[in-house]
Design a protein around this ligand. Structure first.
Ligand SMILES: [Zn+2]
Length: 233
């Protein structure tokens, strides 16, 4: 997914509250480059948000000290704070590796995997927010929506696909691709050019209507709570 539209801005109000370090432990760290799953001495963080949600960030020990691991974890806290709260609530954790592979998600495991060098690239092109959103849709909505009768019916009734990536992989990628457009369409309509808004209405009215129950203007995208405890441990 790449174009010039800023669907989500790093300047948007983030629900991020604080980041806690929990020390080192053994975790499953899926990696495109290796088969080995279990890794010792993973840096464990927990990111807390103003709505009471919390997401663990598991940073690989290739980051040799807590400071380096913290810098990598901090790249994710803003973008995670821009997700709708229901996605944060369902997202279990994020795996962070060194390297420059593209991100991927495990839908059933409710997590996604990012590579630090690739995060840097996407920060420089203002795309990390959108990547985190896309992977979070995989991790929190693909199961059970992508294969549901209701979603498939909406797909079949629509005229076309919102992106070529979604068109190439209608079962695997169309929900994540369309969800980002639907989120911007309902939450930040001014960020989409008029022509794109009307193209969406022509191409994908049924999928927009389906996604309105999650991203619509009257949905509880934000749910701030008062009285969070101090983030010291
Ligand atoms: Zn995807």
């Amino acid at each position: 997914m790449s174009n010039d539209i800023e669907f989500i801005s790093s300047e948007d109000e983030s629900a991020f509250y604080c980041l806690q370090y929990f020390g080192a432990d053994t975790r499953e760290m899926p990696d495109k480059r290796k088969d080995r799953l279990l890794v010792d001495d993973v840096h464990i963080f927990e990111a807390w948000f103003l709505d009471g949600t919390a997401i663990q960030l598991w940073v690989h020990p290739d980051f040799l000290n807590t400071f380096a691991a913290t810098l990598a974890a901090q790249k994710l806290t803003g973008p995670l704070g821009h997700l709708p709260w229901f996605m944060r609530e369902r997202l279990d954790h994020v795996v962070v590796h060194k390297g420059d592979e593209t991100a991927f998600a495990e839908d059933r495991g409710r997590f996604f995997v990012v590579y630090d060098g690739n995060m840097d690239k996407r920060i420089s092109t203002h795309d990390l927010e959108e990547t985190v959103f896309h992977e979070s849709v995989h991790a929190t909505m693909d199961v059970p929506i992508a294969h549901s009768a209701e979603w498939r019916k909406a797909q079949a009734a629509d005229k076309g696909f919102v992106t070529t990536y979604g068109a190439s992989f209608p079962e695997r990628e169309d929900l994540a691709e369309t969800a980002l457009f639907a989120f911007a369409y309902f939450q930040h309509p001014d960020r989409l050019p008029d022509q794109l808004r009307s193209d969406l209405e022509t191409l994908a009215p049924n999928r927009l209507a389906f996604l309105e129950q999650f991203f619509g203007p009257t949905q509880p995208i934000k749910r701030n709570l008062d009285g969070l405890e101090d983030c010291t441990h």
